[in-house]
Design a protein around this ligand. Sequence first.
Ligand SMILES: Cc1ncc(COP(=O)(O)O)c(C=O)c1O
Length: 390
Amino acid sequence: MISSVLPTYSRAPLSFVSGQGSWLIEADGRRFLDLGAGIAVNALGHAHPALVEALTVQAGTLWHTSNLYQIPQQQALADKLVDNSFADTVFFTNSGTESCELAVKMARKYFYDKGQPERVEIITFSGSFHGRSSAGIAAAGSEKMTTGFGPLLPGFVHLDFGDHEALQAAITEKTAGILVEPVQGEGGIRPLPDACLKGLRDLCDEHGILMMLDEVQCGVGRTGKLFAHEWAGVGADIMMVAKGIGGGFPLGAVLATEEAASGMTAGTHGSTYGGNPLGCAVGNAVIDIVADPAFLAEVNRKAGLLRQKLEGLIASHPDVFEEVRGSGLMLGIKCKAVNADVVKAGYDAEVITVPAADNVIRLLPALNISDDEIAEAVTRLDRAATSLGA
Ligand SMILES: Cc1ncc(COP(=O)(O)O)c(C=O)c1O
């Protein structure tokens, strides 16, 4: 008999009942060190006092009105994002997938309004992940996600990650933009080198097409800059954000330049919940903390510490681990053992990691994880690896 919850997930036999900072407490009382942060969502850990306060104060004041009216919390958060990025304007969503939907619509509408309605195609890359909606799966294009769900939304051109010649050749009079994750998350923590991101920017400028970034997983301080593309010193035209921006409350956003957003006039897009007072109250609290240069400097310092310890871990377990890669606190360990077994051994050692493609385990801890917790995490990963080696 089918379970009462639609069985689309294969879940671990763990049931967490509370969380504190980088710790998750299981129903049986065990304390797990959380290096997954809800897949890069709990950017400030569990039950951060500033976020709890923002949410509870807002909950006691006003939950929901509608985008029919002014929403001051939404305006404040949009102002902060504009002040801290390439963008001139922001639309709020509830998830990364919804951000993908708008990014695609925005790019197409831009060219439609410019008198180039044939420019509908968006170039994407193998290993990418942009969500599970019809546009999201069509954008990523992997068979695993698309089989059985046809006909797919047309207008996506899929290229191999890193194939520069194919990219040059793929840009035609039908191209609207290039959509890329600066660091692929689900694809196995594969960072796009800064030079490639710069090259993409140049290519977009040369052909007058839009550079569209998916920073749903790698944005909001995760790589040690507020947004990952800042490392390459380039701006985007359209950027998708979600996950960390809500710190655990469902919130997403599309950031865009005035030019790229010019087609999105009144009535062209909307959302019942997107940008509601609760979500934006929390989003404001997250950005107030994460956009602070002193906070980001600490993320970078801790990232260096974690990476150094992981290099030591890999050297001690060459039969289990192969290499560490990634950026900031978005790290992946490519495994020699089966990654699912490493994640499982981690559960036994009471440390949470997240599997990804390419036989990688992801380490996406809260950005405010302490030095002691980093040391403890690596001790627990060492225990997990030892149990696998035995
Ligand atoms: C890069 C990227 N884009 C989009 C999404 C979809 O976001 P959501 O699950 O919030 O819809 C994800 C989720 O993992 C993601 O990692």
